[in-house]
Design a protein around this ligand. Structure first.
Ligand code: NOJ
Length: 563
């Protein structure tokens, strides 16, 4: 495998323009502000920015209700500002991927307005209609508890329209070839303006069959290949990162057995099991999830995340497992959402405990895939549960001690900056943490640097290392004649981890700690014994620091000879 597939081994940073930095002083973040913060992101070391939707939108679902795919919402700037931004990223070697939200449009989109106006409209068949209320109308809601139905009667159209999400997000009829052609055109447009790919929203729903008569939607996986083909012709190294919360059995359908569909997918399966593992102090379900999601084409990659802008979706855990996670990380009803998840940010979920935060991030940075961090997590930002639904975890970035955390000079920020309690901007902000060598920010910068020095994770093969202690997760990666090994203690008690590296001969005798002077030498029967503090973690390079001299130029060479 050629090792220039940039997405396989990077660090992604997700942000939304509107809450990042307001340069023009109207209370809403904008591209000019973001451009001024690029040096911060460059300094942090991220390799790609994932921009959440910024196109014109009524903003009823934080921009996931787009009313024009070919523009920039005027609150955020102009297309000119956008291109300055992608150019600024390119200058700094940072890639940009943007959301591709084509399962649905806003009901304010001109296509929908035309579609509803007449059965003869050329856009009528761009959406999904029914004359009578379909029997399935009260099933399949994406936001249970808040969204009441998946079909709504439109007075103007005198017909019912389908919406997997909120009623102001009518589903596009993605089986319609004209809609499919338009989706490609949208991709082509943004590619031309300098983006390197897309985070594709709600992929299982985009490719599902839709309609009043559809009892069980069927995924039309072939569509994924068409998207990829188009993209690859337009821009050789552009990618699609799919948001698809599916079971491991379906992974290969999304990646394509020949690696001809999605380049990347978020690993929701590992995400849920990771939170369960932390809540239950039991690494075994996580190990199982890692094994279940291990098979993937060589050119494909997982996006590894802890929290994103949505709720932490625990829907695929068992009821008993979900209960454990709720009890530990989101015990109040107010912290839970859609009967399946937790809406808090990570720092408050983990009690602001630095040891637990480092453990969680250390896992995210060392599990197989490309880590995706969310803005503000690098400083341990909190949430504001007084805000509705998922908005609680979407508050503006906290830059400094200045009013509104330095996010805006306006008196009326689009969303309130957190200003009270331990997560208020007076305590948690970039300026303060930049100066403090022991801050979360500087820890994050350091761990990103180290992650970049360990390409074995992105490129290599992993195996789980047995330790007999369910609270310990140990894994080793091998790539081009080099190996690295990671040990994590999920318990709040110190644990002694005892394990064999699993390499033949003397190869696994010495483990060089990448983060401190605390190295490990194998004892009797080649066993290592490592004393881990509560929530402790270790990043080791196997063998000596001359690893670059022994690295092979090609894959499949492991002088380390795994047993
Ligand atoms: C998934 C996005 O992550 C979420 O924020 C949004 O509400 C839905 N898709 C609908 O677009």
């Amino acid at each position: 495998m050629i090792d220039d597939l940039w997405y396989k081994n990077g660090v992604f940073y997700c942000l939304s323009v509107g809450t990042y930095m307001d340069a023009n002083g109207d209370g809403v973040g904008d591209f000019k502000g973001l451009l001024r913060r690029l040096d911060y992101l460059h300094g942090l070391g991220v390799t790609a920015i994932w921009l959440m939707p910024f196109q014109p939108s009524p903003g009823k679902d934080d921009g996931y209700d787009i009313s024009d795919y070919y523009g920039v919402d005027p609150r955020y700037g102009t297309l000119g500002d956008f291109v300055e931004f992608t150019h600024g990223c390119r200058q700094r070697g940072i890639r940009v991927i943007i959301d591709l939200v084509v399962n649905h449009t806003s009901d304010a989109h001109a296509w929908f307005r035309s579609a509803r106006s007449s059965p003869d409209s050329q856009h009528r068949d761009w959406y999904v209609w029914a004359d009578k209320r379909p029997a399935s109308a009260s099933k399949g809601m994406a936001f249970p508890g808040v969204q009441k139905s998946t079909w709504t009667y439109d007075k103007e159209a005198k017909a019912w329209y389908f919406h997997r999400f909120y009623d102001f997000q009518p589903d596009l009829n993605t089986s319609n070839p004209y809609v499919q052609a338009e989706i490609l055109k949208i991709m082509g447009f943004w590619i031309q303006l300098g983006v390197s790919g897309f985070r594709m929203d709600a992929v299982p729903f985009v490719i599902a069959t839709k309609g009043a008569k559809v009892k069980t939607p069927v995924e039309q996986y072939g569509m994924l290949r068409s998207l990829r083909e188009f993209l690859q012709w337009r821009h050789g190294n552009a990618i699609i990162l799919a948001e698809a919360n599916v079971l491991p059995e379906a992974d290969m359908e999304y990646f394509g057995r020949d690696g001809d569909r999605m380049h990347m997918m978020f690993n929701f399966h590992v995400n849920q099991n990771l939170f369960y593992a932390m809540a239950a102090t039991d690494a075994r379900p996580l190990a199982k999830a890692l094994a279940a999601t291990k098979p993937r084409p060589a050119s494909a990659q997982w996006g590894l995340f802890l929290r994103n802008h949505d709720e932490l979706d625990l829907g695929r855990l068992t009821k008993a497992q979900r209960k454990v996670v709720f009890e530990r990380f989101g015990p109040d009803k107010d912290m839970q959402l859609y009967d399946r998840g937790i809406r808090r940010r990570l720092a408050p979920m983990l009690g602001g405990d630095r040891r637990r935060l480092e453990l969680a991030y250390s896992l995210m940075y060392t599990l197989p895939g490309t880590p995706v961090i969310r803005y503000g997590d690098e400083i341990g930002m909190g949430d504001n549960l007084a805000l509705p639904e998922r908005n609680c975890a979407r508050t503006p970035m906290q830059w400094s001690m200045e009013p509104h955390g330095g996010f805006t000079k306006s008196d009326r920020p689009c969303l309130p900056v957190i200003d009270k309690g331990p997560y208020g901007y007076a305590h948690i902000n970039v300026a303060k943490q930049r100066r403090n060598p022991n801050s979360m920010l500087n820890w994050t910068e350091r761990i990103i640097r180290m992650r970049k020095e360990v390409p074995e994770i992105g490129w290599g093969d992993f195996r789980l290392i047995a330790t007999r202690d369910p609270a310990i997760l140990a894994m080793r990666y091998d790539w081009r004649n080099n190996s690295v090994l990671f040990v994590h203690n999920l318990a709040e008690m110190p644990r002694e981890a005892s394990f064999s590296v699993g390499l033949a001969g003397d190869a696994g005798k010495n483990l060089i700690n990448l983060l401190s002077e605390d190295h490990s030498e194998a004892g009797e029967r080649d066993k290592h014994s490592v004393m881990l503090e509560p929530y402790g973690y270790r990043w080791y390079r196997v063998g000596g620091l001359d690893y670059l001299l022994t690295r092979s130029d090609i894959d499949g060479v492991n002088g380390n000879h795994p047993e």
